[in-house]
Write a protein that binds this ligand. Structure first.
Ligand SMILES: Cc1ncc(COP(=O)(O)O)c(C=O)c1O
Length: 455
């Protein structure tokens, strides 16, 4: 039932054989797999090899493990352990997908499970009981110091341990800043359009939100002068979703506006760790730390389920943001904070990033090659960084139609129109998050996509 490829190592062969058998239906949904002890004896390998292979397939969604031990075959047709997309999107839609290229998540199967597990084990073995108590709302000092080192080195930030507040991802960071700004008298914030509607909603809970249009040079920061905004949220390294880098003139304009009007730039550096072309680009925060509140997150580098991120703040915002964080949830969880600090210090995080950068870049190049060859009428944009691309479709091909046809084939893609907030719908481009599917199904998913797009 399961063929083992002699060219592969034992574990890789077992994983590949099980994947094939499940995809081909030789192993049916719900079927129970032999215990690691029995299969190890049968194949003449260690139990550890079998357990690791099972764990990997659980993480990829091919198997589900039950509480009493044992592993069963997941139901891929109904989604098995398919990841959920962010936001209140349709569960039905998500569970019918076989290849998920919708923006939102990185490849969750690449999460460094054993590194995380090793760090957690070490922390549980060595930490005093006090680490289980209430923590400093600003974040545990070990993590703040490790994050400061990481940001100075990799993103050129001007940052000290004291400027950092640990938060539950970008969203909470944005929410805390908007609350603090409101309490200090700010009324209006500008957000990029197209952008994430969820972020407009988070900011809109505390402040009036105005749209800042984006074009081929990035956010049109010139318009800040005539808007009523006293703060602006920008994605300067890789605009979401268009993928453009903010042009130096636009960047300079944003600084000039902030200095002249006492405005605040809120820098969303959601995928700044994945820059491929165009030379290194430091964060805006490094240029003027008094005018920029920077927010980073592990949602793209590790996984959004961790809910961990960091704010790097101008001095006057540190104490009110800590107070807002304390009122919101006391502090971020100390287990995750300590594990991340340990992975940053040991180099495990940097190694993971290096590997992911190579893998995502290879995927990007594969996707670009396939689209150029098979859909010459399409134009790919926004690929110098990050985990997604915008694909402008050949004349006459409608994005809504393509998205619906793709969904019928089990292929999830984004529609650029769904990120247009006040701007007009154009129905002419899709967003392909090439970083999202597990690596074993990526190439097939891209092949399905190019197959589907006329000319
Ligand atoms: C534009 C943008 N900003 C920020 C984030 C990170 O959000 P969070 O840290 O809340 O998961 C994402 C998603 O990863 C994003 O697409």
């Amino acid at each position: 039932m399961v063929d083992l490829d002699p060219k592969l190592g034992r574990r890789a062969a077992l994983e590949a054989g099980l994947r094939d058998a499940i995809r081909a239906g030789r192993l049916r949904p719900g079927a129970r797999l032999p215990s690691s002890r029995i299969l190890a004896a049968e194949l003449g390998v260690s139990r550890g090899t079998i357990s690791t292979a099972y764990t990997q397939l659980v993480s990829e969604g091919f198997l589900v493990s039950s509480r009493g031990g044992g592993s069963r075959v997941a139901d891929l047709a109904t989604g098995g352990a398919e990841p959920k997309n962010i936001g209140p999107r349709s569960e039905k839609e998500a569970s019918a997908l076989r290849w998920d290229f919708r923006p939102g998540e990185p490849d969750l199967t690449s999460f460094p499970r054993s590194e995380w597990q090793n760090a957690l084990r070490e922390i549980l073995r060595t930490s005093p009981a006090s680490f289980l108590g209430y923590q400093d709302p600003q974040g545990v000092p070990e993590l703040r110091s490790a994050v400061a080192d990481h940001l100075r080195r990799s993103r050129n930030l001007a940052v000290d341990t004291e400027n950092i507040v640990i938060c539950a991802g970008f969203r909470q960071g944005l929410d805390l800043i908007c609350r603090v700004l409101r309490d200090a008298g700010t009324r209006t914030v500008a957000l990029e359009d197209p952008g994430l509607a969820d972020h407009h909603r988070v900011a809109g809970a505390s402040l009036n939100v105005v749209s800042l249009p984006v074009d081929a040079l990035g956010a049109d920061t010139q318009q800040l002068w005539t808007s009523s905004a006293q703060a602006v949220v920008l994605t300067p390294s890789h605009q979401f979703p268009l993928g453009v880098r903010l042009h130096p003139d636009r960047r300079a304009e944003a600084f000039a506006w902030a200095r002249r009007t006492d405005g605040l730039i809120i820098e969303d550096d959601y995928d700044g760790e994945f820059l491929y072309d165009g030379g290194p680009l430091g964060a805006m925060q490094g240029e003027d730390p008094d005018r920029v509140a920077y927010i980073g997150s592990v949602s793209k580098t590790l996984a959004p389920g961790i809910r961990l991120g960091w704010l790097v703040l101008p001095p006057h915002l540190i104490s009110p943001v800590c107070e807002a964080k304390y009122l919101s949830d006391a502090a971020s969880g100390s287990f995750d904070q300590n594990v991340l600090a340990s992975m940053l210090r040991s180099g495990a995080f940097a190694t993971h990033l290096r590997k992911r950068r190579v893998a995502y870049r290879q995927r990007r190049d594969h996707m670009v090659g396939m689209v150029a060859e098979r859909v010459p009428g399409a134009t790919i944009r926004g690929i110098a960084a990050g985990l997604h691309a915008v694909i402008e479709l050949p004349a006459g091909v409608q994005a809504g139609w393509l998205q619906r046809s793709a969904a019928r084939r089990g292929l999830g893609i984004g529609n650029l129109d769904s990120y247009r907030i006040a701007g007009e719908r154009a129905d002419d481009a899709v967003v392909l998050a090439y970083g999202r599917p597990p690596s074993h199904s990526f190439a097939r998913g891209i092949a399905e996509f190019v197959d589907l797009v006329p000319g």
